[in-house]
Ligand binder design. Structure first.
Ligand SMILES: Nc1ncnc2c1ncn2[C@@H]1O[C@H](COP(=O)(O)OP(=O)(O)O)[C@@H](O)[C@H]1O
Ligand SMILES: [Mg+2]
Length: 261
């Protein structure tokens, strides 16, 4: 059975796209077949594995999620192979920013993405489908969450990072109305800088939250992450033994345990 996980938080810059591609890369390296789905108009997930030129090529060839949803062509025909074994991508496009308008008045508007991805899921081609959400609490993000079995909320270890978390958790609770089986896999602390006192405070605040699982893996600030992105590679593919790459290996293990593999 394909597990669908999404990475969502309305705060931009919290590490959603980085985490989605990094975890996908690790799982693929372990022999799992992984499909990354770029559901954000900023296309950062697409750019985590492809150059700008390649990404523009996908737009020209209509190989992207928005095209799929609007034309209803088979989603599998839009999937492109990355340079990495077992790792595939359904690219995003700037047009995804129009999804709010598209969903307005759509029939069963919470489930448009779920129904579309169901067509891939039922073929059982992938062990994991990982969806990167945009930084918004919108109908489109509801769609992404309703299409998923599990939710991972990356949170930046900063005052504003924590401030937004309450809204995100409330949004998750409200989404359970439509997707009662959606599990909160956990909150993931990213971009932690242990030299800053704020990191300690973040961990204390999070551990005091009732009923919220916090991943024991913490992702620290590591400049390799940015260099990897500059080179259109997930961090593990760019610098296998840097701190963040090793932490993402640990995180993937936690996720797999949770997913019950
Ligand atoms: N562990 C990290 N160390 C250093 N920089 C990071 C780390 N994780 C993410 N970043 C940087 O922070 C920015 C935001 O990350 P990103 O994954 O794009 O967040 P989001 O998708 O939530 O907007 C990016 O520029 C990325 O390179
Ligand atoms: Mg992003």
């Amino acid at each position: 059975m394909t597990k669908v996980l999404c990475f969502a938080n309305n705060k931009g810059g919290s590490g959603k796209s980085t985490t989605c591609s990094s975890v996908g890369y690790v799982l693929a390296g372990k022999g799992k077949k992984v499909l990354l789905v770029d559901a954000d108009g900023q296309m950062n997930l697409t750019l985590s594995c492809f150059s700008e030129e390649q990404a523009l090529g996908f737009l020209e060839e209509n190989k992207h999620l928005y095209y799929g949803l609007s034309s209803q062509v088979s989603p599998q025909t839009l999937v492109v192979a990355t340079d990495f074994e077992n790792l595939y991508m359904l690219p995003g496009s700037p047009a995804l920013s129009q999804m709010e308008g598209v969903l307005h008045g759509a029939y069963e508007k919470q489930f448009v993405l779920r129904k579309y991805l169901e067509r891939i899921k039922k073929e059982n081609l992938y062990d994991y489908i990982l969806i990167d959400a945009p930084p918004a609490l919108s109908d489109w993000t509801t769609n992404i969450m309703c299409a998923s079995d599990g939710l991972i909320i990356p949170v930046e270890a900063s005052p504003w990072g924590l401030f937004g978390l309450a809204n995100m958790l409330e949004f998750y609770t409200n989404t359970l109305l439509y997707a009662p089986d959606l599990q909160l896999y956990g909150v993931l602390v990213t971009k932690a800088d242990v030299r800053k006192n704020y990191f300690k405070q973040t961990m204390e605040t999070l551990s005091a939250l009732p009923d919220v699982r916090v991943f024991s893996t913490v992702i620290h600030v590591d400049s390799h992450v940015e260099w990897a992105q500059e080179n259109s590679r997930p961090v593990g593919a760019y610098a296998k033994s840097c701190r963040a790459a090793k932490e993402y290996v640990k995180l993937a293990k936690e996720i797999e345990e949770y997913a019950g593999w």
